[in-house]
Write a protein that binds this ligand. Structure first.
Ligand code: LER
Ligand code: MN
Length: 285
């Protein structure tokens, strides 16, 4: 099982990112605890030193399976369905600006809250249309670099645009790009999916990335989700990617990260022995 954890490269308000601040110190700890990768949350690639980030991460032997873009919404208000065309354009250009770094690491670009919310005066259908057009443009720009984009269904309290897997699959149809898929997050799924395992099966080979948090958005093991069933079902789909921790820094970031990996590794044998999974279909670290 390949495990990663979300790490922010710049200060941000989003509270389910456990690690912020000194990049090298955080990368060193994450590697020492046994993670295989770090998922980078990057607000604006132009404000980061890609060579420096790459050299630190490679020095510690970690992979970067995904790059999160939501801080451009959280900190700057950029989004695909904004009524202001300049904001929509800036959101699209911001996603495109992640492509070179994503290509270096073979990382998926995450479209979480950057897809936005429906603002007053904009209809749901207009917002959807702008989002589809933006995703088509970004997927087309990423294709020559071999980069994939993953949209994350997010619970209803954060957006009305794509809350569940079924809507995500309909969106994939509308976007019509082979390098566009889904990121499933167990926290959002626990709120929105009638049957989480069934939704994982439904998403199947369109799952490009996977976030784990427990039912309370604390580290896996702190709530009541059944990770043996969920991850067993994930690997049953043929998923070979990373399982990435995105949870609250509770009781503190270090404890949460260590408890998460201890819990998930302790379940590995059970997951591989669950009826639907054969050992060979779980990617090894
Ligand atoms: C980001 O991955 C996420 O899960 C969202 O809750 C962001 O608000
Ligand atoms: Mn998430």
């Amino acid at each position: 099982m390949k495990l990663s954890i979300v790490l922010s490269t710049q200060p941000a308000k989003f509270n389910a990112v456990a690690f912020k601040g000194d990049l090298e110190a955080n990368v060193a700890k994450i590697a020492r605890w046994g993670y295989d990768g770090v998922e980078l949350a990057i607000r604006d690639p132009q404000l980061t030193d890609a060579d420096a980030i790459e050299s630190i991460i490679r020095r510690y032997g970690l992979a970067v399976p995904a790059i999160g873009t939501g801080q451009a919404w959280g900190e700057e208000g950029l989004s695909f369905p904004d009524p202001d065309p300049a904001v929509r354009r800036a959101a699209i250009e911001r996603v495109k600006s992640h492509i070179p770094l994503a290509a270096r690491f073979d990382a998926v670009i995450i479209i979480g809250l950057l897809r936005g919310v429906v603002k007053p005066g904009v209809s749901q259908e207009q917002a959807m249309q702008w989002m589809v057009e933006a995703l088509q443009e970004c997927s087309a720009a990423a294709w020559p670099a071999g980069v994939r984009l993953a949209l994350e269904p997010i619970n209803r309290y954060e957006t009305t645009l794509i809350n569940n897997v079924r809507q995500g699959l309909d969106l994939i149809e509308r976007v019509g790009a082979d390098n566009f898929g889904l990121l499933l997050d167990t926290f959002h799924m626990n709120i929105e999916e009638p049957d989480m395992a069934e939704s994982i099966r439904l998403a199947g080979d369109r799952i490009f990335h996977f976030h784990v948090a427990d039912s309370n958005r604390w580290y896996p093991g702190a709530g009541h989700l059944d990770f043996v069933s969920l991850l067993g079902t994930l690997y049953e789909t043929g998923y070979q990617g990373y399982v990435s921790g995105e949870f609250m820094p509770e009781p503190d970031a270090d404890a949460a990260a260590q408890r998460a990996i201890a819990h998930l590794r302790s379940l590995e044998r059970q997951i591989s022995q669950s009826p639907q999974v054969s050992q060979s279909s779980i990617p090894t670290s």
